[in-house]
Design a protein around this ligand. Structure first.
Ligand SMILES: [Fe+2]
Length: 335
């Protein structure tokens, strides 16, 4: 009896003293996330501590912290980043019926070490009134000499471009992808500079006539305090290209539990919450991303851009082909 009592006291004591927090290392740089984290805190009583930095910096930090890392969750803005974290042995498998049931298999790690939370598609933008969009239907077309001097796109050090090329490699192999990258470089209106929004602004202001950017930036520019962003996007229209034998390129923002997570239970709860209906609706409304959870609608603005068929290749391929993509960009002279 005494022994039993002692054991139950011990259990009680450990649950009282268990730290009720989750430590998140996040590459996401969007205001919506602050609201989401607050929603999670209010719902569960678990405090969310966030460290924000670029993907490379967070991976470096996790490596150097090793077993002493306070991090529980890593969130990235690209499947390539999640793959890098997994390859560096910084994540662990997540055992969650909810996540495996609700996140489609092409949008999660093959060993369940990470799960997509949102989708974004990488599209082309043209100036209203221009008919250049009528000459384009596929990503492959971007390398066609008819677009000489017309394409503006950010640098190859950007992971969104690396993932687009990784998808091209997956569809057509390295040889074709190299030819394609060289063709796009030959068609550039200028040496790559600036972020996705800068490409859209450039075309709006008459530099080049095809901009490549992620869809949610369009939403962010439409609803922006900065009048120069609103003015630029008002002049533009979106076209969703597809791969010749596939659909429109999709990338994901996603999350994994870190290998040495001190609050693993909270970490899984947190990721399940982010993949749940309330959080998915906020990702869609607040950050113009495409939800991964079936049944959650895109925002009205995003829906107004039209529907498209998603490319169905596995997000694992974006990571697996990343180093090949980086090498090909180098060969092609894509700055
Ligand atoms: Fe972004």
């Amino acid at each position: 009896m005494l022994k039993k009592l002692a054991l139950s006291t011990l259990v009680l004591a450990s649950s009282v003293f268990a730290s009720n927090e989750v430590n998140v290392y996040s590459v996401r740089h969007y205001d919506t996330d602050k609201k989401l984290f607050k929603m999670f805190e209010e719902k569960t009583g678990i405090k969310v501590n966030v460290v924000k930095a670029k993907g490379g910096a967070l991976i470096k930090r996790l490596k150097s912290e090793g077993k002493n890392s306070p991090a529980d969750v890593l969130i990235t803005v690209d499947a390539g980043g999640l793959y890098k974290a997994k390859s560096a042995d910084l994540l662990q498998s997540i055992d969650s019926d909810y996540l495996t049931k609700n996140v489609p298999s092409n949008l999660r790690d093959r060993d369940n070490q990470w799960f997509a939370l949102t989708k974004r598609s990488r599209v082309t933008l043209f100036k209203m009134g221009s008919d250049t969009d009528k000459q384009l239907s596929t990503y492959e077309d971007l390398a066609d000499p008819k677009f000489k001097g017309k394409i503006v796109v950010r640098s190859s050090s950007n992971v969104y471009n690396q993932s687009l090329l990784a998808a091209m490699i997956e569809h057509h192999g390295e040889e074709y992808a190299t030819k394609w990258a060289k063709g796009v470089v030959a068609n550039m209106a200028r040496t790559p500079k600036g972020n996705d929004r800068a490409q859209i602004k450039a075309v709006a202001n008459g530099i080049g006539s095809v901009a490549i950017a992620n869809t949610y930036y369009v939403g962010k520019m439409v609803n922006n305090k900065d009048v120069s962003q609103r003015d630029a996007i008002a002049k533009m229209k979106i076209f969703f290209p597809k791969f010749k034998n596939g659909g429109t390129h999709i990338n994901v923002s996603g999350a994994g539990v870190t290998k040495y997570s001190p609050n693993k239970g909270n970490a899984v709860k947190f990721i399940e919450f982010l993949a749940g209906p309330d959080a998915q609706a906020l990702f869609a409304e607040g950050n113009y991303e495409y939800p991964v959870l079936n049944g959650v609608k895109s925002s009205d603005l995003v829906s107004s851009w039209g529907t498209f068929n998603e490319d169905k290749i596995s997000m694992n391929a974006l990571g697996e082909n990343n180093s090949k993509a980086v090498k090909i960009f180098d060969i092609a002279g894509w700055k």
